[in-house]
Design a protein around this ligand. Structure first.
Ligand code: NAD
Length: 479
């Protein structure tokens, strides 16, 4: 079978950096070989994107026409939803229901930015004596959108849709673990009437493809979602060239259960918050802080309901958790569980691979709850990005806030309580970009999303998510 080509300026390209394998983590079978883009491909792609970004037809395109194209991409994704969901499932192993939901969310993102594109105006400061001023928002030019493997379609849509709405050209560098959904979306965009060169996809590794892209002087902005160390490396390179970066990075989010909470609902929220997507979510609530007076009851509910989660083939509608996205990633997760045990942790449930049968060939790992650790344990400080929950009891609010904030990360937080004054107080004190009260993982495209501290810089989604891809130009008119 020929390697899957990537897409530059509307053309399918076989790259100059060889190929790499896409492996189905549910079975261990080879999906396909994929073409890898090297420095010469990056060069050609950036040149094509620059030309497309400067083309008068794109620069002067009326917003409603740009909006029509974005809505057309959403329609095309909806028409091909099942195929897109299958691609994601085959490449990262998420259960089909979640893949379908992510395709719907990605299409909704294109539709949302079609609306923003059409309705967002420029700013006018009315006459002030002898002048008035206008502020216009111009595209930055060529944007590199570098994305991770856990939710490829939604992450890409959150970058591509606003960047195009803002009038830029985009080069997507998807994760080598989930390389091909972005190519499919770029083909849909061409069919929807997006001129070639405005949405390109370069597949390959971070080293061979991502790095040359980040270093290329023609790239005027980098929008990155992925691990904190990669984000730091990219930000250093961007700093040398003084170009803007938007960074959506890792997390180690606290999910907090107070004694007065509806404990049944809280435990379900905690389980969804960590085990959905096999814990491979940046906002996973991976540290459970539970008030000591209800800790026994919460642990007993947690044990029973976690043990009942169905781990299975992502194609099986009964499965609630599929495999981890790759075999090396499972080894990493296993390493964290071993380190937790080494630091005195006790496995309440899980802590191993499932036993035998059809799942033996895949990268499966059981949902795991660990007690007996302190917040300073490695498993509580570092992002595991797997189905591993560490339980940490607390006594009072001050103790809780100190522990919750004692983390390099600050992406999200959950609070379960019947007392809304307390909820707002704690939400105000916690260092996190998103706080959920009596719910978890609710996400709206119109609500800004991003991290405090090592969880990132900038806010995606909403109007601010489009402003990321623009530069303001203020014009003063003398009167
Ligand atoms: P990663 O940092 O390893 O890779 C992310 C992307 O960067 C990939 O496309 C990779 O090829 C590329 N890359 C790697 N090194 C590079 C380099 N030196 N230069 C340019 N590109 C490079 O992350 P991952 O393992 O794919 O994803 C998991 C991480 O993503 C987790 O830390 C998770 O928390 C984070 N994440 C964050 C959010 C968020 O919105 N905050 C959302 C999803 C995932």
């Amino acid at each position: 079978m020929d390697p899957v080509p990537f897409l530059v300026a509307g053309e399918r390209v076989r790259g100059d950096a060889g190929t790499f394998a896409s492996v189905n983590p549910a079975t261990g079978a080879l999906n396909y070989e994929v073409s890898a883009a090297g420095p010469r491909d990056v060069e050609r792609c950036v040149a094509a994107a620059q030309e497309a970004a400067r083309a008068p037809a794109w620069r002067r395109m009326r917003p409603h026409e740009r909006a029509r194209i974005l809505a057309g991409i959403a329609d095309g994704m909806t028409r091909r939803a099942e195929r897109l969901a299958e691609i994601q499932m085959r490449e990262n192993g998420k259960v089909m229901a979640e893949c379908r939901a992510q395709v719907a969310s990605a299409a909704a993102t294109f539709r949302y930015y079609a609306g923003v594109c059409e309705t967002l105006g420029s700013d006018v400061t009315p006459p002030r004596g002898d002048y008035l001023s206008l502020t216009m928002y111009e595209p930055v030019g060529v944007v590199a959108a570098i994305t991770p493997w856990n939710s490829p379609l939604t992450m890409e849509a959150q970058k591509v849709a606003p960047a195009l709405a803002a009038g830029n050209a985009v080069i997507v560098k998807p994760s080598e673990v989930t390389p091909t959904a972005a190519i499919e979306v770029a083909a849909i965009a061409l069919e929807a009437g997006l001129p070639p060169g405005l949405l390109n996809v370069l597949t390959g590794t971070g080293r061979d493809t991502g790095m040359p892209l980040v270093r290329h002087p023609g790239v005027r902005m980098i929008s990155f979602t992925g691990g904190t160390e990669t984000g730091r490396a990219i930000a250093k390179l961007a700093a040398e060239r003084l170009i803007p970066v938007a960074l959506e990075l890792g997390g180690k989010s606290p999910n907090i259960v107070f004694g007065d909470a509806d404990l049944e609902a809280a435990v379900d929220g905690v389980i969804g918050g960590i085990f959905e997507g096999s814990g491979q979510s940046c906002v996973a609530g991976s540290r459970l802080f539970v008030q000591r007076e209800v800790a026994d009851r919460v642990l007993s509910l947690l044990k029973e309901r976690t043990a009942a989660l169905r781990v299975g083939m992502p194609t099986d509608p009964a499965s609630q958790m599929g495999p981890l996205a790759s075999f090396p990633h499972r080894e990493r997760v296993e390493g964290y569980v071993a380190s937790a045990i080494g630091e005195g942790g006790e496995i309440l449930v899980g802590g191993r691979r499932p036993n035998g049968g059809a799942l033996d060939g895949g990268a499966y790992y059981l949902p795991t709850v660990i007690t007996g650790l302190s917040n300073s344990a490695r498993a509580c400080r570092e992002e595991i990005f797997g189905p591993v929950l560490c339980v940490l009891p607390f006594d009072d609010e001050d103790d809780l806030i100190e522990q919750a904030n004692d983390s390099a990360y600050g992406l999200a937080c959950g609070i379960w309580t019947a007392d809304y004054r307390r909820a707002l107080r704690v939400a105000g004190a916690v260092e996190a970009g998103t706080v959920w009260v009596n719910t978890y993982k609710q996400l709206s495209i119109s609500t800004p999303f991003g991290g405090f501290k090592d969880s990132g810089i900038g806010r995606e989604k909403g109007i601010s998510g489009m402003r990321l891809y623009q530069q303001a130009k203020s014009i003063y008119l003398g009167l």
